[in-house]
Design a protein around this ligand. Sequence first.
Ligand code: UD1
Length: 325
Amino acid sequence: MSNILITGGAGYIGSHTAKKLGQAGHHLTTLDNLSKGFRQAVLFGDLIEGDVGDMELVDDILKTRQIASVLHFAALTVVPESVENPLLYYWNNTSKTRNLIECCIRNRVRNFVFSSTAAVYGIPESGACSETSPLAPINPYGTSKMMSEIILRDAAAASELRFVVLRYFNVAGSDPDGDIGQSTPNATLLIKVACEAALGKREKLYVFGTDYATADGTGVRDYIHIDDLAQAHVQALQYLQEGGRSTTLNCGYGRGLSVREIINEVEDQHGAALPVEVAPRRAGDPPSLIACADAIKETLKWQPKYDNITDIVRTSLAWERDRKW
Ligand code: UD1
């Protein structure tokens, strides 16, 4: 089993992936500054509290722990925040990723799995986005990730580093065993916010825009269960370890759900209406983002297990009700 560095491994997506890798017997080192993550979410291996932008620290970890593979989750991810503070996003997401890649190359790391986003596609011209759709981000968050992808591509072409870029669509849900979940402070994600509103942890849920050119006027997204996404990382790593070529893959199910449909599902499962208020569109939001998910199924032989909104909302509500932290 290999030595793996997981940046941002105490955060939402990183911790769910780390749990699967730990269960499979890999030796894990998590590097996390705990700005958004939780010590308790690190279930396997060592947690080093530090910043991925600290090149001296990263060099030391890669060298002394003989790291062969890096999964890079550490990032800021909130679209409206990136519109307000673009330089923070370019520094935190792009510059630090560039520096991490430099450390990886000089320490002979072979495999790099990078967390990218559907936000690189901007407002797709039609239907589902495939990996070859034009990259035209409409917010600094998407641009920060697009630039990181380009840096990774070029640096890998000039070295022995190989990568899988995973472009996440909308990640939701919690660990089906209930060990870990989404506890990000001041969360902005729709399903998380809706569950908080259902359980009285938030006064109300704002629907950001009801005048989009979508079936019911609200934003449409391709929600993917965290467990399926974590499994995609496990298989991406395995693919690289078996000699797979560098590639970029969408992570979604290939179907869209509107804000209203999500609210209906949460209300059905909770058994009561949510306190909802219509609000203006949110800065940086595209009307609709849906994945074409053929490539990931073909390349990684990935098959989703939770491709239904019932399981996504059920596990989200369960975590929100019984949160351990
Ligand atoms: C999320 C990710 C982003 C990723 C994108 C891919 C985070 C914090 N955001 O952004 O990194 O690039 O998926 O598609 O991880 N909405 C409301 N009320 C709310 C919250 C949201 O109406 O209180 C609406 C939004 O306007 C949008 C939809 O719900 O139409 C989803 O929003 P959200 O859950 O915040 O995710 P994204 O902005 O799509």
